[in-house]
Design a protein around this ligand. Structure first.
Ligand code: HEC
Ligand code: HEC
Length: 365
């Protein structure tokens, strides 16, 4: 890495980039606060608040909801999400596992099943699922509407039965009236439950972290360490994280085997391979989006990393199990400062709050 002290050179951006792309590849110039520049690799970025080169990290506005129900459907979905009526024995709601204050995850290495025993995979956080296209760690479901019914009828998660659930909702005055109002002339059915839950999940947006404000042009909201951390994150010769955790939602919507230790066990979870049986997909899981990641420890589909530091240490080693490893994984040369800068950056793409009134939701539980 070449460090150059060109004060205020960013004012003359175009010329500087061309002048500084030399044989050594990526050049990071650190000329004081907010003036780091990455001139090659995953895009060409000038790390300065609001710089046009950062625009691809801006989350685009979402297409308007395709339903005509507006807020009423979302409100119904919110109520259902926090209501234990969806589980057979009325002991758990979606929020039992997807807790707002934990980034809509559960704080456990892997989810806990109805019988109290651990399930095979971790509960993913739900921030920005509205931007996703394939759901669950293996991407086996292509819509939030369909996904939402999965846990309701799964024997290990909520254990409900379709007929019994519809009967229960019909017997509840609030739900009977709400569904009738939204779907007049239609008998209450499970599809409507999926529609409402999905509408609510699309409101779980995180678009206003300090990083987002910085990208939008607010200077002074990120510390030097956080800005350097972003530099490490996107620099293909440093963290190389941005190759997979790509703009704008920190995901390439792809699947990779990142060499977790659990893949070396006797009967490993094959992940995406069960859905798409091609070799590269053995042990590959979906690249999770990272906004609000600081809230949803532990990490990875098997919950094997307790902290963000552990996550970075995993990547530094280039993966434990090398068999069928993603070609994008490599041993990283990161010094102590770069590692702590990366952690600082991951916190800067997280809000300390959830954009949600937890009190209101918990009242309903
Ligand atoms: C027992 C805990 C548990 C409960 C209850 C639960 N989930 Fe999940 N949720 C999980 C786990 C574990 C996964 C990952 C499953 C997999 O990859 O196979 C998941 C995945 C998801 C995903 C996919 C997220 C992504 O990024 O791909 C969504 C959306 C979701 N759940 C919504 C819901 C809704 C809605 C409910 C209530 C109807 C619910 N969950 C109930 C544990 C739970
Ligand atoms: C080869 C593509 C790839 C690269 C490179 C990569 N990631 Fe990941 N990342 C993934 C995938 C895939 C997962 C989920 C893997 C699993 O659980 O099996 C993941 C998971 C994570 C998680 C945990 C998310 C959660 O919800 O549990 C964090 C945090 C993370 N990555 C940060 C980083 C950082 C920081 C870097 C750079 C040092 C990086 N990643 C580099 C693909 C990648």
């Amino acid at each position: 890495m070449k460090v150059q002290g060109i004060k205020n050179a960013h004012r003359n951006v175009g010329a500087v980039i061309i002048a500084t792309v030399v044989a050594c590849g990526v050049i990071v110039e650190n000329v004081g606060r907010a003036e780091i520049r990455i001139t090659e690799g995953v895009g060409r970025y000038i790390l300065e608040a609001g710089h046009p080169s950062l625009a691809e990290w801006k989350l685009p506005p979402l297409a308007p909801a395709s339903d005509i129900h507006g807020n009423a459907l979302t409100d119904l979905g919110r109520r259902l999400f926090f209501d234990k009526i969806l589980s057979a024995d009325k002991t758990r709601s979606c929020a039992t596992c997807h807790r707002p204050e934990l980034g809509w995850s559960d704080g456990l290495p892997t989810a806990r099943g109805l019988d109290g025993k651990p399930l095979a995979r971790a509960t993913p956080g739900l921030a920005n699922v509205a931007y996703g296209s394939l759901f669950n760690w293996d991407g086996r479901v292509a819509s939030l509407e369909e996904q939402a019914l999965g846990p309701v009828f799964s024997q290990s998660e909520m254990g409900s039965d379709s007929e019994e659930l519809v009967a229960r909702l019909e017997a509840d005055r609030f739900y009977r009236e709400a569904f009738t109002k939204l779907f007049p002339n239609q008998p209450l059915n499970e599809k409507q439950v999926g529609l409402a839950l999905a509408a609510f999940e699309r409101t779980l947006l995180v678009q206003d972290t300090r990083f987002d404000r910085w990208v939008a042009g607010e200077s002074g909201v990120l510390t030097d360490s956080e800005i350097r951390g972003f530099g490490v994150f996107i620099d293909p010769n440093r963290g190389s994280c941005g190759t997979c955790h790509a703009p704008p939602n920190f995901t390439d919507n792809g699947f990779h085997n990142i060499g977790l230790e659990s893949f070396g066990h006797g009967n490993p979870d094959l992940g995406r391979y069960k859905i798409r049986p091609v070799r590269l997909m053995r042990g590959a899981f979906k690249t999770p989006p990272l906004r609000n990641i600081a809230l949803s420890a532990p990490y990875f589909h098997d919950g094997s990393a307790a902290t963000l530091e552990d996550v970075i240490e995993h990547y530094r080693t280039g993966g434990v199990v090398k068999e069928n490893l993603s070609p994008e994984m490599k041993v990283l040369r990161l010094n102590a400062r770069e590692k702590s800068d990366l952690v600082a950056f991951l916190k800067a793409i997280s809000n300390s709050h959830v954009n949600f009134s937890t009190e209101l939701a918990l009242e309903q539980q």
